[in-house]
Ligand binder design. Structure first.
Ligand code: C5P
Length: 310
């Protein structure tokens, strides 16, 4: 189908960021990735993506939001790569075109899968815009070619991830979890954090350690304290060794009454789990006042994966 035959000329998709409730990391693999055992939870911190029909072969993007200047608005953007990949597998890039617009809320390079959320949204949006019939499993397989977190941004909710983090199984989770996310004013690149993990763990077993059983039990019963006690991130020592000031932020959140505080993914966002929504409101006020972060946001999870709004 060409763009002129598209079933609609405008699609809007919302995709969530994530926090890793557990991130267990094995040794470096020959392909440059690490084997993971991870539990993802999708959070109500969303990026919205609009897709409009454009002339065949024309792929464009604009980015809006506080941190838009940090996001490339060109072919290197993962959302454009996603659109081109979907097109190339369905008759060729020259058959389709799209004008993408992204409104960012998820912290940029924050360890919350913001770029992956945009790629997930672009896949869903372009499939709808171009009338491509692709099932969720196939879409997740395409997503995995773009990045390890893209399949989870498509799936959403709560899931256990193995392999690179892209081999997913849904996890039973009761209740809602209230988070405060604090983005400190430092940069941290995911590959650099994994490299530091390798330096700190030269003898890491190729297989990752298991996810704590108490975490899965806590999620299944909706016991926020049990979940808090079992949060774990094997990348945290690596992130702290590269950016020691993150420890001050984690301590501040814990001192202010968070049930637990962890570095989110490869960081530098720190995620604090609160006992309930009121506590999250209070905690976010305290953390905002401390001036240790460039941005403090509340979010709850789990929420659905990338989905079409209009
Ligand atoms: O897949 P994605 O592009 O999001 O990964 C970014 C980087 O994070 C990879 O290039 C790799 O250095 C690191 N990574 C890893 N093992 C994983 C996932 C990511 O080493 N399972």
């Amino acid at each position: 189908m060409s763009a002129s035959e598209a079933i609609t000329d405008r699609v809007k998709v919302r995709a969530p960021g994530k926090v890793n409730l557990a991130l267990r990391v094995g040794g470096l693999r020959a392909d440059g990735y690490h084997s993971l055992a991870t539990v993802f939870q999708a959070l109500s911190l969303f990026d919205d993506l609009g897709a409009r029909a454009a002339a065949p072969g024309d792929y464009r993007i604009t980015v809006a939001g506080d941190q838009a200047h940090l996001v490339p608005a060109d072919d290197t953007n993962l959302a454009v790569k996603a659109a081109r990949l979907l097109a190339s597998r369905n008759g060729g890039e020259a058959r389709y075109g799209v004008d993408l617009s992204i409104r960012k809320t998820i912290p940029v390079t924050g360890g919350m899968a913001g770029g992956s959320a945009n790629a997930a949204a672009a896949l869903v949006a372009c499939a709808a815009l171009w009338g491509i019939d692709i099932n969720p499993d196939e879409l997740r397989e395409l997503g995995a070619e773009l990045g390890a977190d893209v399949p989870f941004c498509l799936l959403g909710s709560t899931a256990l991830g193995h392999g690179r983090g892209d081999d997913l199984v849904p996890v039973l989770s009761r209740g809602g979890y209230h988070w405060v996310l604090a983005l400190p004013d430092v940069e941290l690149s995911t590959p650099a954090v994994f490299r530091r993990f390798d330096e700190l763990n030269p003898d890491a077993d190729p297989s990752p350690p298991p996810v704590p059983p108490g975490l899965l039990e806590g999620l299944a019963s909706g016991d926020v304290r049990r979940v808090a006690e079992n949060l774990v991130n094997d990348l945290e020592p690596a992130a702290l060794s590269l950016r020691p000031h993150l420890a001050d932020l984690l301590d501040a959140g814990r001192d202010a009454g968070a049930l637990a505080g962890i570095v989110s993914g490869s960081g530098p966002t720190c995620a604090f789990l609160a006992a309930n929504e009121d506590e999250a409101v209070r905690l976010s006020g305290v953390l905002s006042g401390l001036g240790l972060s460039r941005m403090v946001r509340r979010a709850s999870g789990p929420v659905p994966g990338a989905r079409q709004l209009a």
